[in-house]
Design a protein around this ligand. Structure first.
Ligand code: G3I
Length: 353
């Protein structure tokens, strides 16, 4: 018999379980994979196709093809649809911050472009997207606001509140998220708590925080992660776990930036399990998923959604980060799209609650 229930059914409708849909899946319209997604998840996020560099690859030139497919799939299958992301410093079209002569645009022009981008995109899918990642990754590690072109050209972080006001005008009932990674970081937490208080005082319509949840087997410290869930919720924010995955390879977390080029020389060590994932690592991966979901369930009343960043190991961004061509194992379905031990453990937890 065809199985119709999946992970989503082990949790309730008040605790959504989601996945991110890749461009590749939308391009190929792989019906087996889309069927699996339909069965297992009740909320979907666009992994890439709604980012500004993809959907408006140059000023005024919109490419709706994949996003339309994504939205149509969600509407047809009655999924809660997440729009990702309206304002981000990454995956921005090459000409976004410059004029025809390649000079940096003015603050007024940036406002015009930002407003047009948000309004055009949100208008097209009005009434269909109930959760928006309005601003993504605007806060730096321990240093306050990220010094991105948004910040530099605006001359302040006001671009962020402007984006929230606009998003609220366009979709008054939507969950409007600020979304970021490394949310266990106490410096980032206290900075964001101050932002939330300031926004609340001044009526900036941000109503939820997205903790991405890209973790490793023993990074980060989950006590700190949990403190962040509690701290944002205590300020009245709904909590969304927006991009969860568990990096199973040992070196990924300790190396960033300049060190990545050095790591490329040791590519073999970057793929230590090329002969197969050892049972002990598979177990650690399962345990990590369990620890995370136990924490989420403890805070069930604060958390609206947990989304994994992709469906199966073969299509995860973790195979290309921090260097390309790795074989990573971060998700709940393996390369043959079969349920992993972590899947069954997470499903069991859900059905016990
Ligand atoms: O579409 C092109 C394709 O035409 C080309 O042949 C290929 C060659 O490299 O690149 C393709 O684009 C890639 C795109 O993913 C689609 O696969 C980009 O190079 C690649 O940079 C891009 O990576 C995405 C990354 O964001 C970009 O920053 C990942 O898939 C995506 O998972 C990742 O997601 C982010 C969230 O949006 C925000 N939070 C962190 C998270 C992980 O970095």
């Amino acid at each position: 018999a065809i199985q119709k229930t999946g992970l989503k059914d082990a949790y309730g409708a008040d605790f959504l379980i989601g996945t991110a849909i890749s461009n590749h899946t939308l391009e190929t319209q792989n019906s087996e994979l889309l069927g699996l997604i339909d069965r297992e998840f009740n909320t979907i996020t666009a992994e890439n196709c709604m980012k500004s560099g993809e959907i408006q690859p140059s000023q005024g030139n919109w490419d709706w093809a994949l996003a339309d497919r994504f939205i149509n799939f969600g509407v047809e299958h009655k999924k809660t649809i997440v729009g990702h992301a309206l304002v981000w410093h990454s995956q921005v079209p090459g000409d976004f911050f410059v004029d025809a002569n390649d000079n940096q645009i003015s603050r007024d022009e940036l406002i015009r472009r930002m407003d047009t981008h948000i309004q055009t995109l949100m208008e097209r899918y009005q009434g269909k997207v109930s959760i928006w990642d309005v601003v993504n990754e605007a806060i730096d590690e321990d240093q306050g606001w990220r010094q991105s072109p948004w910040y530099e050209i605006f001359g302040s972080a006001e671009y962020m509140e402007r984006a929230f006001h606009l998003a609220h005008e366009m979709e008054p009932d939507a969950h409007l998220l600020y979304n970021d990674y490394n949310m266990h970081n106490p410096g980032k937490r206290s900075f964001l708590v101050d932002v939330i208080r300031d926004y609340k005082r001044r009526g900036v319509p941000m109503n939820a925080i997205g903790l991405q949840g890209h973790v490793g087997l023993d990074f980060p410290n989950l006590t700190e992660f949990e403190r962040s869930i509690e701290a944002y919720a205590a300020e009245g924010m709904r909590i969304h776990i927006t991009e969860m995955d568990v990096d199973a390879l040992p070196v990924a977390w300790e190396h960033t930036g300049a060190e990545i080029s050095a790591l490329e020389e040791y590519a073999e060590e970057l793929d230590p399990y090329r002969d197969g994932l050892p049972a002990a690592i598979e177990q650690q991966l399962t345990d990590r998923y369990v620890e995370m979901f136990e924490m989420f369930i403890r805070h069930r009343n604060k958390i609206d959604r947990v989304t994994t960043w992709g469906t199966y190991d073969g299509e995860s961004w973790k195979n290309d980060f921090p260097v390309q061509g790795r074989t990573n194992y971060p998700l709940l379905f393996d390369r043959s799209r079969q349920r992993k031990p972590a899947y069954y453990a997470v499903a069991d937890l859900g059905s016990q609650t």
